[in-house]
Design a protein around this ligand. Structure first.
Ligand SMILES: [Ca+2]
Ligand SMILES: [Ca+2]
Length: 107
């Protein structure tokens, strides 16, 4: 419970530009897609103020860590690779090196 009968609760500071969280009646909820690769944590400084005279208030800090989901498919450097190789190369000869971008789950 936050304060007296007409208590109010509001966000007084958000330290991340990409705001994905709103606060209403003491509930913090996700209102937009989260992206671990873009923002891994959010810090909220919240202020609760009651309706008394004089009004009393208190603050708390909420730290939210976003965990990684495997939401990115591996991406090759090229869609098609073409290689020419002589038929008399030695066994063990390297044919091609591909580049690959992968998302490594943070577990
Ligand atoms: Ca993502
Ligand atoms: Ca991810």
């Amino acid at each position: 419970m936050f304060g007296d009968d007409t208590s109010a609760l509001r966000i007084c500071e958000l330290q991340e530009i990409n705001i994905n969280i709103f606060l209403l009646a003491g509930v913090i909820a996700v209102i937009d897609s989260l992206d671990y690769e873009s923002a891994r944590e959010y810090f909220l400084s919240i202020l609760a103020t009651d309706g008394g005279t004089p009004p009393l208030s208190n603050t708390a800090v909420v730290r939210i860590n976003v965990t990684d989901a495997n939401d990115n498919v591996p991406v090759f450097g090229m869609d098609v690779y073409h290689v020419e190789i002589a038929e008399d190369v030695k066994v063990g000869h390297n044919v091609l090196q591909v580049t690959l971008m992968i998302s490594i789950p943070n577990k």
